[in-house]
Design a protein around this ligand. Structure first.
Ligand code: GSH
Length: 120
């Protein structure tokens, strides 16, 4: 990774930390219902990728505590992503519905999908 990429990554993480979004407040039952709706959903991501940060910020805003796997630091996660989704690109959401697995590769599509899933 080039020095410029490292600096940009650090800046992205810094500004993401400074401007951390507020999480919507729900009562315990409502939050449990949301947790249930997104159970089993996994986000493959890189820590400092701007598109991944965009998805994580949306998750934080909406109080979505889904599992994340780092496809840069974890070889196992990288292999799962390539084997399941077909390519090494992040963010990618692995979503299971009615025994059907979907691999969603675009940050805007992921955000839209999660929004629909929690309001369904
Ligand atoms: N349009 C995509 C762009 C995603 C993208 O370009 N991701 C980069 C990382 S920031 C990537 O995975 N590149 C391939 C690689 O790093 O191997 C989105 O909004 O999610």
């Amino acid at each position: 990774m080039s020095v410029i990429h490292k600096i940009l990554g650090a800046l992205i993480l810094f500004f993401n930390w400074v401007f951390t979004p507020r999480t919507i407040k729900r009562d315990a039952d409502a939050q449990a219902a949301i947790d249930e709706k997104i159970a089993g959903t996994i986000l493959y991501q890189y820590k400092a990728c701007p598109f991944c940060v965009k998805v994580r910020r949306s998750m934080k805003r909406n109080g979505l505590k889904l599992e994340t796997r780092d496809a840069k630091r974890s070889e196992a996660a990288r292999d799962e992503l390539i084997a399941g989704g077909g390519k090494l690109k992040v963010p990618c959401l692995r979503a299971e519905e009615a025994n059907e697995v979907r691999w969603i590769y675009d940050s805007s599509e992921i955000i839209e999908y999660l929004q629909k899933r929690i309001t369904a």
